[in-house]
Design a protein around this ligand. Structure first.
Ligand SMILES: [Zn+2]
Length: 317
């Protein structure tokens, strides 16, 4: 049974929601991102908006928590802390997402999706990738200048210039990319609003968004108070928690569902988008959606596919 009638507004369409289940807060997140007095928080709710299908957690990250989590992202301390709670997580596992073939395929897919919307400018664009790590997903064939907007000290790949803020770019940007960022933010609308504001999203500037598709089935029983008590109990035993966490993850990855005695875990991703919720998010900040596409199937076990979307400021042509 799921619980109903929560008062929280959906971050994408702002409607009130109607379904929720209990979820654990990853012990790694509690230890690494939360302040000392919040480390005792064990459970939260996963909420599903009935209007757009978006899933998100009731517990949101504040700015300090986001800074702690991402300032030294995947640095030495990050790995050390994470492996304590998730012994299967390794640099090798992380590097699997950065294999050259995989990155080349992902970059080609971005280019193929945006190409029909580029018109005559298709090879000399000013491109900016917000939160784009080293800028490895920017298709350089379409760019005369390419920037990655990153607050981390990640070194940019060849051909890409790293800047701290979009406003540092003193040229008219033609294409903004934002890939695999929105799912990390408790308020994704505020990032899109700041992109629009900071860039004064010039006439004709296109915005390309990419988020993972993570849509596992949730089997009955995870909304009951009894199940909440079970989660609190299991959260107090490290070996048991680690074991059930591993099994939950395996079931989710291979069979696409989560069920008691397994659990849903709030980790770095705090939004699980549907195509409808991503479109709603754009409309919320006054962006006009030109095209979107759901691609099922993934080279990574962590998600089931990708949602791509291209949009521009409402009123632009
Ligand atoms: Zn919604």
């Amino acid at each position: 049974m799921t619980r109903e009638n929560c008062p929280t507004a959906c971050p994408c369409c702002r409607s009130s929601c109607s379904r929720r289940w209990w979820a654990t807060i990853a012990p790694f997140i509690r230890a690494y991102a939360f302040e000392a007095n919040n480390k005792a928080e064990l459970v939260t709710s996963l909420i599903e908006c009935v209007k757009c299908g978006h899933r998100y957690y009731q517990r949101s990250y504040n700015t300090e928590e986001l800074n702690r989590l991402y300032a030294q992202y995947r640095g030495k301390n990050y790995f050390k802390s994470r492996r304590k709670w998730e012994p299967w997580y390794s640099r090798r596992l992380n590097e699997a997402t950065m294999k050259p073939r995989l990155v080349t395929n992902r970059r080609s897919a971005v280019k193929a999706f945006v190409a029909p919307w580029l018109g005559s400018r298709s090879t000399a664009l000013i491109v900016a990738d917000v939160g784009g790590d080293a800028g490895q997903l920017i298709p350089l064939e379409i760019a005369s200048r390419a920037y990655v907007v990153e607050t981390s000290k990640q070194k940019a790949v060849e051909g890409v210039t790293r800047v701290d803020r979009l406003s540092e770019i003193d040229q008219k940007v033609d294409l903004v990319m934002c890939c695999h960022v929105l799912e990390h933010l408790s308020d994704p609308a505020s990032l899109l609003s700041s992109i629009i504001k900071e860039l004064e999203l010039a006439d004709g500037c296109l915005l390309y968004l990419e988020v993972p598709l993570e849509r596992w089935r949730i089997l009955p029983g995870m909304g009951s108070s009894l199940y909440k008590q079970y989660l609190i109990w299991i959260s107090r035993s490290v070996p048991l928690l680690v074991l059930v966490d591993f099994l939950s993850m395996a079931f989710r990855s291979f069979f696409g569902f989560v069920s008691p005695p397994g659990f849903i875990k709030m980790h770095e991703h705090v939004n699980y988008f549907t195509e409808s919720s991503l479109v709603s998010l754009c409309e919320l900040v006054d962006l006009s959606v030109l095209e979107y596409k759901v691609e099922r199937g993934s080279d990574l076990a962590t998600h089931q596919g990708i949602i791509r979307l291209i949009c521009r400021r409402t009123g632009d042509h």
